[in-house]
Write a protein that binds this ligand. Structure first.
Ligand code: HXC
Length: 510
């Protein structure tokens, strides 16, 4: 008996060694942890339960029949993060470069299917040279099985991808189908075709880092939602994000203990909006002053900085935030900002996370590059997302809400539930100067007349009161009481019920 038990231990020890001590050392020398070390940091101590530890690949070509590592390059199973369960997989670069064989894919598919069935999130730690070259189409089939499961899981359970090494070729598409992608700076990269192929095909000379490193994907392509300095920081931030997320699309957004006064008054908000409408202020400050304990997990912080997206808690409950940022492009909406925010709104709605929208937007960014880049379609994405969302929606207009941008930013007319404005709000078709130049073209040569027209227009339209008189704004609130008012609004909306008409699915302007 003891012999059999010993045998199990020996086989487990062998599997835990992955590709062997030398390859583990090479992994460490690159500043990277091994798959198992990463899972230990991601999950609560002793919570990891591994599946398929002894699975081996079945390929025989290119001498593969003589080369086997138990587990076949991916560690899979489940565990908990602060006591809440999640399925996980971590690719093991020490085994065939973490490359994906048919059996490696089957292991991932198993945890994906369990995640869907058991309604728990799935987190994938990616570190892979792509399709196992020795397997050919078997590996491609494996990848596509993983993609299909990503698609089925979308909107059912949160899916998070962490890129912690190479992710090349087909390996990029599974992460791209998930809800969030985070990368590790300087040790991870993602691209469809690598620098060598680029050189041959397009004559472009570029490093892997330039082509697909964390900076590229968080600032230029927006493929990644965030990046952190090393494995340790990345995994601890994933734990932080996980705490904000519901386990599935039915449990609703999580509520946890909070250590902040629900009716905290913040006098500094009464003066946060400068008197001169052309002077910006930092919308981060407002978000943090509203949030429980000032905690804001920002998504896509380095891309389309003219809009802020992320998660906060209000009275312990997760709330998604979308907020114009007057510090960048004066808070104008452009194609990138619209896409970024639309995706966030749709994630929140899919997972029943209420949405707080903070508005200070002078309009859509004009220009040929915007128009040629399809800003009409991109803006429509955000319009569609807000209009489709049935979760509780609370909107606060702090300053400008002009033109089409007013229509897009979760107004009453897109089924906003509670729409507040600060006394500093200006809700109008456009700014006073622009309006007067169109309405009083014949007076343009007379400065006094123009000043008077501007003054009249400002008095009449650049306030929240016209909208409030029409019932488009439920209440004009004191800025210092924003946290209290927003908390009360979400408390009121806790049992909100709203259903869209039945359809197979809508046709989002992609
Ligand atoms: C099999 C692989 C592998 C792969 C790496 N290895 N990638 N084995 N299939 N795809 C093996 C290496 O042979 C090596 O084995 C070990 O993993 C470590 O690799 P190194 O090259 O020594 O590591 P490093 O120098 O860090 O380079 C990492 C790398 C490089 C940049 C990822 O290995 C690489 O370019 N690999 C190939 C990438 C690629 O073209 N993949 C196919 C993409 S096409 P030994 O035994 O020597 O240690 C694709 C199509 C899918 O994925 C489409 C689906 C829709």
């Amino acid at each position: 008996m003891s012999n059999i038990l010993d045998q199990l231990q020996i086989r487990r020890d062998e599997a835990r060694l992955g590709g062997g001590a030398k390859r583990i050392e090479a992994q460490h020398n690159k500043g990277k942890l091994t798959a198992r070390e990463r899972l230990e940091l991601l999950l609560d101590p002793d919570s990891f339960e591994e599946f398929d530890m002894f699975v081996k690949h079945r390929s025989v070509d290119f001498g593969m029949d003589k080369s086997h590592f138990p587990g076949d390059g991916v560690v899979t199973g489940w565990g908990t993060i602060n006591g809440r369960k999640t399925f996980v997989y971590a690719q093991d670069f020490t085994v065939f470069g973490g490359s994906l064989s048919k059996t490696h894919a089957q292991k991932i598919c198993k945890v994906q299917e369990m995640a869907i069935k058991n309604r728990s999130p799935i987190i994938g730690l990616n570190d892979s040279g792509g399709a196992r070259i020795q397997e050919g189409v078997e590996a491609l089939a494996g990848y596509t099985d993983v993609f299909q499961n990503n698609i089925l899981a979308s909107g059912v359970v949160p899916q998070i991808s962490v890129i912690m090494g190479p992710s090349a070729g087909g390996a990029v598409y599974s992460p791209a189908l998930t809800d969030f992608i985070f990368m590790v700076r300087d040790s991870s990269y993602m691209f469809l075709t690598g620098p060598d192929v680029l050189k041959t095909v397009t004559n472009e000379i570029v490093t892997a880092e330039e082509l697909g490193g964390a900076k590229t994907h968080t600032t230029k392509s927006s493929v990644a939602d965030g990046a952190f300095d090393n494995d340790l920081e990345t995994l601890s931030e994933i734990r932080r994000l996980f705490d904000f997320l519901p386990l599935n699309n039915r449990t609703g957004s999580p509520v946890r203990k909070f250590y902040d006064k629900h009716d905290r008054i913040d006098e500094s908000l009464d003066t946060i909006v400068p008197e001169n409408p052309n002077i910006p202020y930092d919308m981060h400050e407002l978000v943090e002053k509203i949030a429980d304990e000032g905690d804001f997990f920002e998504i896509q912080r380095d891309f389309a900085k003219n809009i802020l997206c992320g998660f906060i808690r209000l009275e312990g409950q997760t709330v998604g935030v979308v907020a114009n940022q007057p510090m960048v492009l004066a808070g104008c909406l452009d194609s990138d900002a619209s896409r970024k925010a639309a995706r966030h709104v749709r994630f929140c709605d899919a997972f029943d996370i209420p949405i707080l929208t903070l508005v200070d937007v002078p309009g859509f960014l004009p220009g040929t590059s915007q128009e040629f880049g399809g800003s009409i379609k991109h803006g429509a994405k955000l319009l569609y997302a807000f209009g489709e969302a049935t979760v509780p929606k609370v909107t606060v207009i702090t300053r400008k809400a002009y033109g089409g941008a007013y229509c897009v930013m979760a107004p009453k007319h897109l089924r906003g539930d509670i729409n507040y404005a600060w006394p500093t709000a200006q809700i109008a078709v456009m700014g006073a100067k622009g309006a007067v130049e169109i309405l009083h073209r014949s007076d343009l040569s007379d400065n006094d007349k123009i000043d008077k027209h501007i003054n009249d227009y400002e008095k009449k339209f650049l306030s929240p009161f016209r909208a409030a008189e029409l019932g488009y704004i439920d209440e004009v609130i004191q800025p210092h009481s924003t946290r209290k008012r927003v908390n009360r609004a979400f408390a009121l909306l806790k049992d909100k019920e709203l259903k869209n008409p039945w359809k197979k699915h809508g046709n989002l302007p992609l």
